[in-house]
Write a protein of this length. Structure first.
Length: 616
């Protein structure tokens, strides 16, 4: 069936301007204003009939001038705090960025539609200005014509029936096989080639830092799409390289994942430029990534190729992190957990365990070992606050290396709560690296956060802001760390592989009054892991450092499920998968988790190494 021809039959020919694709969505531009006014209802009815997402828009030639439309919108929204208004006239679409999206109800939306003849998209502005959100939104609006043409090509490609390359489905493991880092998995069906994540390794800058793409099964010319589970570098860090070598396909992810990915990629590039004359990508490729990204909401079912549909689901790891449910030809269903946590976390909600169909589960095993059990959150927080209080009372400094996304915000909220409840004294908390920026991104997407945090943001309260929370800069580092005042420093990178934490550490390491508090996973080959494993003499920037500061780890903050959580997750999973693949864990953890799954549930389980191929 040619769906455009079928849709044309639903209207009188004079009423239709054109029908185009926007990725998996079909857009019908109409010449009839009355049809447009009733467009939301018409679109819903057509979507039910054709099982496609369908949107009705007015012919752009019927629109009045840009200034008139913007002024009319401001007039209708009088009294509501508006940050910015963008008109993409060729798409007959008006974007309204506001601090108070809750005040724009359906009646106001309908009035805006009638008066401007535009489809309305409401975007939440962060509570404090976010440079990266400002830049990304402005850049995407500026390049909206390119994006429209690209999405139309994607939509046409989804409907193409390709010659069959295989007679089965399989997964090729390009990274994260019996290791933590460089997550990348090639899903091959009879017609399609899909990449699940494309990340960097956690170790030093070496060849094994990158996914294994130089194998016969991987052909970038035949790559149809990439799906990104979340914005940590070990899952998204190699994406720009695909664009550097010529790929121009779609990247599917959530909106906060897109924004934070751009931020961490730019931050990585900044560090790479200092360490190498030939970085693996440039800012040009990060921009290409943005222009080729397609954002999805949780649970939204979307065609991405002729034989694959996907939906993203909360993974309870960081904001926007997703479990990816993949339906192949309606015959085989895969759930890829990405990084996830099953127990409730303060920032996020627990993940979904109910799916319509499920045959294969791909699950992380970072803490999959038989004896891997995180201490309770309450126990972890009590020890963490106790050690910090003790350090502050001695006049020391607390250094907390964090992953900028998720862990930084979680730790900050924990500290602020302790100060508010007078468990900790009112000391300065300095944020360095991209921790501040990622915190502001959180306030732009409260729908991806826990109910408690969401309600605070929606009421206009910034949970990450307080007088003693200070955004620090490079110029202030020496002054902060050499000051006699006790303080807390939260800085990147979480595994101490670079970033401002190294400067603070080089000053603080030889003073026994200070505390180095690890709240993130420390992968093999990283400086953080070296210190955690007990080495107390290191060389940093050609300087020998004797580590005298106290070093502790607090695993209860982890965003990864432990062994018992993973077993519990599978226990509640409906339906049960027929096979389980354990990835993203250092030996022997993937083996131990796979072994326990088989013994407890009788499900065939595998712990593949990089380069392995498993038939589904």
């Amino acid at each position: 069936m040619n769906i455009k021809d079928e849709l044309l039959k639903e209207f009188q020919s004079k009423d239709i301007n054109k029908i185009i694709f926007e990725g998996p969505k079909i857009v019908i531009y109409v010449n009839n204003v009355d049809l447009f006014i009733r467009g939301i209802e018409i679109g819903k009815n057509l979507a039910q009939k054709y099982k496609k997402r369908i949107e009705i828009r007015v012919n752009p030639r019927l629109l009045k001038g840009e200034e008139y439309i913007k002024e009319k919108a401001k007039e209708i929204l009088n009294g509501i705090k508006i940050k910015d208004i963008y008109l993409e006239k060729h798409r007959s679409t008006l974007y309204i960025e506001t601090y108070e999206p809750e005040k724009i109800d359906l009646n106001l939306i309908n009035k805006l539609r009638e008066e401007t003849l535009c489809n309305i998209i409401i975007q939440r502005a962060p509570l404090k200005s976010s440079k990266i959100i400002n830049v990304i939104r402005a850049y995407l609006h500026k390049n909206s014509l390119y994006k429209s043409e690209f999405l139309n090509k994607v939509g046409e490609k989804i409907l193409e029936r390709k010659p069959q390359r295989l007679d089965h489905y399989r997964i090729v493991f390009l990274g994260a096989g019996r290791e933590v880092g460089r997550s990348s998995f090639l899903l091959q069906t009879k017609e399609s080639n899909i990449l699940l994540d494309c990340g960097l390794g956690a170790g030093n800058y070496s060849e094994d830092r990158y996914p294994i793409l130089n194998i016969p099964e991987f052909d970038i010319q035949n790559l149809d799409a990439v799906i990104i589970s979340h914005a940590h570098l070990d899952h998204v860090g190699f994406i720009p390289y695909l664009f550097r070598i010529g790929w121009r396909g779609p990247v599917y992810l959530t909106e906060p994942t897109r924004d934070i990915a751009a931020l961490v990629l730019l931050d990585y590039l900044k560090v790479s430029n200092k360490q190498s004359k030939n970085p693996i990508f440039t800012s040009k490729e990060i921009k290409l990534f943005l222009k080729h990204s397609i954002t999805l909401n949780y649970t939204e079912v979307t065609d991405i190729t002729g034989d694959i549909k996907i939906s993203l689901h909360n993974a309870n790891h960081i904001i926007g992190s997703s479990m990816v449910h993949i339906n192949i030809e309606g015959k085989h269903n895969v759930l890829y957990t990405g990084d996830y946590r099953f127990n409730k976390m303060p920032l996020l909600e627990r993940p979904n365990t109910i799916y319509q169909r499920l045959e294969t589960l791909i699950i992380e095993s970072t803490y999959g070992g038989f004896n891997d059990k995180h201490p309770s959150r309450e126990e972890t927080e009590a020890l963490f606050i106790h050690d910090i209080k003790e350090t502050i009372e001695k006049g020391g400094k607390v250094l907390i290396p964090v992953l900028a996304v998720g862990r930084g915000q979680d730790v900050l909220l924990t500290l602020l709560n302790a100060i508010e409840n007078k468990i900790l004294p009112e000391v300065n908390i300095y944020l360095e690296g991209i921790v501040w920026e990622t915190s502001m991104i959180h306030t732009a997407y409260p729908e991806f956060l826990s109910k408690e945090i969401r309600e605070k943001i929606e009421s206009g309260k910034n949970p990450f802001e307080r007088e003693n929370v200070i955004r620090a800069s490079k110029k202030e580092r020496e002054q902060i760390i050499t000051s006699k005042e006790p303080s807390i420093i939260i800085a990147t990178s979480g595994m101490m592989q670079g970033g401002p934490i190294l400067d603070y550490f080089s000053y603080a390491a030889e003073d026994e009054k200070n505390l180095l508090a690890f709240v993130s996973y420390q992968a093999q080959g990283t400086l953080g892991r070296t210190i955690l494993d007990g080495q107390r003499e290191i060389v940093l920037n050609d300087r020998k450092i004797n580590i005298k500061m106290k070093v502790n780890k607090y695993e209860g903050f982890s965003g990864h499920a432990d062994h018992f959580e993973s077993i519990s997750f599978i226990k509640y999973l409906r339906p049960k998968p027929k096979q389980v693949i354990t990835i993203h864990g250092e030996i022997p953890k993937p083996y131990e988790l796979a072994s326990k799954i088989y013994r407890k549930f009788g499900i065939y389980s595998y712990a593949p190494k990089n380069g392995d191929i498993i038939r589904l």
